[in-house]
Design a protein around this ligand. Structure first.
Ligand SMILES: [Zn+2]
Length: 278
């Protein structure tokens, strides 16, 4: 091994590795915001240089992807996450981050979804520090329900949450099928056996306010469809799910107004995260 190939763990390299261990997938801009609280050209350059170094030491993988709002000009953004070796490194140093691999074979199509998960995580992490709560976060998971993530917030008691980031357009059938089990299993011995807790709230950030309003209307048993065929199909309220267990919001709201009453339950309740954490 030549001198160039030795890995020198500078403070910046370690900070980047820890952030990727904690948040799983981030763009250079996300990292610059977290580390320097800005995304100036200099910050971006420094982060990119360090990422390239971490990549050359096989600790980080980087994948280019095409964002939905990409206009077809300029460089495609890339997303970074830990390699298998990076995960092993992070598990030693920061086990509480539950690092997860971002393999080179990761589909570029799900990267935007993963970035949304990461940004929600960043917002809730900040929210918990602002409110002196302890945050525990686990990525993924698949036991009777298959959430994007689970997290818990502890003040005096611990409140449990499932996160379902709904970025893609989905029909009501698909969302109903996906969310109904959370309602049926709430409070049951089955969920306790699989996840270790019985009561929880499912936080569902949607792509925009329209998508959220449409799903809420249908889950409340109504229909705001314009298409006469859909109106006819929805007349008997097939998606009605009267519940406080599911809380809809928008991705933008959870990122920008994390502590506000931004959670809308089909029961009609509008609450803030702090109303759930006691
Ligand atoms: Zn409808």
């Amino acid at each position: 091994m030549t001198k160039d190939q030795l890995f020198y763990p500078t403070k910046l390299k370690l900070t980047i590795l820890e952030l990727l261990a904690r948040f799983e997938v981030l763009t250079t801009r996300d990292l610059a915001q977290l580390i320097y609280q800005n995304d100036s050209i200099n910050s971006i350059r420094t982060i990119n240089r360090t990422l390239a170094n971490l990549n050359s030491h096989s600790l980080v993988n980087q994948i280019f992807f095409r964002p939905e709002d990409y206009l077809g000009r300029g460089n495609l953004p890339n997303a970074s996450g830990l390699s298998e070796q990076g995960v092993a490194f992070a598990e030693e140093r920061w086990p509480a981050t539950y690092p997860k691999e971002f393999p080179r074979t990761h589909s570029p199509h799900t990267i935007e979804h993963d970035l949304r998960r990461a940004r929600t995580h960043i917002a809730i992490d900040q929210f918990s520090r602002d409110n002196k709560l302890t945050l525990g976060w686990k990525k993924g998971g698949n036991h009777i329900v298959k959430p994007d993530d689970t997290f818990e917030l502890t003040k005096e008691k611990t409140a449990h949450f499932f996160l379902e980031e709904e970025y893609k357009r989905k029909d009501f059938d698909a969302l109903y099928e996906k969310l109904k089990p959370y309602v049926s299993l709430h409070g049951s011995a089955e969920i306790k056996k699989e996840w270790g807790f019985r009561y929880y709230t499912v936080v569902v950030p949607m792509r925009d306010a329209d998508a959220m309003q449409n799903i809420l209307t249908h889950f409340k048993g109504g229909c705001n469809c314009v298409d006469p065929k859909l109106k006819y199909m929805h007349r008997s309220a097939p998606f009605k799910l009267h519940t406080d267990v599911i809380a809809f919001t928008t991705h933008q709201e959870i990122i920008e107004r994390t502590s506000q009453p931004i959670l809308y339950a089909p029961s009609g309740k509008i609450i803030a995260l702090l109303d759930i954490v006691k």
